[in-house]
Design a protein around this ligand. Structure first.
Ligand code: SAH
Length: 231
């Protein structure tokens, strides 16, 4: 696979090689196919979204702790969720507007922004939002991400409607506000279940209905809020 690489400064101990190997060993063999998704993973430096303590693990096949008991998701999970938004080349070149709930480290938002999306990302914890804002400043396309502090179970109506919504925390059910803020024929990608285990759902909004496609089992930190788990 030959893909163009952005001209990034070297952040020290981690290299372009590790990023390419992450794509070739963690994403491609597990079925990630969307070339725009693979290209973003080839280029976004995951080390920019880590805390110092775990920096050497930036390309490991696993989630890692950030601050405030939260995590940066496993690369494969970020890739599956991004692919399930089913964004076309036309969507990306016209700057599709995506809502992310659960900014965390900002890595998922950076992947979407690298692809060409405009991202509104809502984070419940102020300190975590500040961490993400700091991380996103390290990459040029970080400018395409706006981070808001609030309860994402209510969505972010100010910027609605969206061309896709991605929830990166475990939800007990599908928050109705998110469906209301999504365009028809577009996808909401959300891990739904209990606190221990969830299933990744792709919810397709139709005119008067929804269609649910079920995907992999997963485990996320809880979505806490009015239409999520209680604190
Ligand atoms: N997308 C992130 C990982 C997210 S971890 C990344 O790429 O690194 C999940 C995040 O969801 C946590 O930071 C948590 O604080 C946040 N969260 C939990 N409930 C929330 C809510 N109701 N609204 C917004 N963010 C929420």
């Amino acid at each position: 696979m030959i893909m163009p690489l952005d001209n990034f400064p070297d952040y020290g101990i981690l290299t372009v090689k590790e990023r390419q190997s992450m794509v070739q060993t963690q994403l491609v063999p597990r079925g990630i196919k969307d070339p725009n998704v693979l290209n973003a993973f080839m280029n976004v430096p995951r080390e920019c979204f880590f805390i110092e303590e775990y920096l050497k693990n930036a390309y490991a096949d696993s989630p890692f702790p950030i601050i405030e008991n939260q995590t940066i998701s496993q690369p494969y999970m970020v890739a599956v969720m991004t692919e399930l938004l089913e964004l076309s080349d036309a969507d990306l070149s016209s700057g599709a507007k995506i809502l992310e709930i659960g900014t965390g480290a900002g890595y998922q938002a950076a992947i979407l922004a690298h692809m060409g999306c405009k991202v509104a990302s809502v984070e419940r914890i102020g300190k975590v939002a500040d961490f993400a804002i700091m991380n996103l400043k390290k990459v040029p396309y970080g400018r395409r991400v706006e981070v808001f502090v609030g309860d994402g179970t209510l969505g972010w109506p100010e910027e609605a409607p969206y061309d896709g919504i991605i929830v990166t925390a475990a939800a007990p059910k599908i928050p109705s506000a998110l469906l209301a803020q999504l365009k028809v024929d577009r996808k909401l990608v959300i891990p739904c279940g209990n606190l221990m285990i969830q299933q990744l759902l792709q919810v397709v909004k139709q005119q008067n209905d929804i269609r649910i496609n079920r995907h992999t089992g997963c485990r996320f930190v809880p979505l806490i809020g009015q239409d999520g788990f209680k604190e």
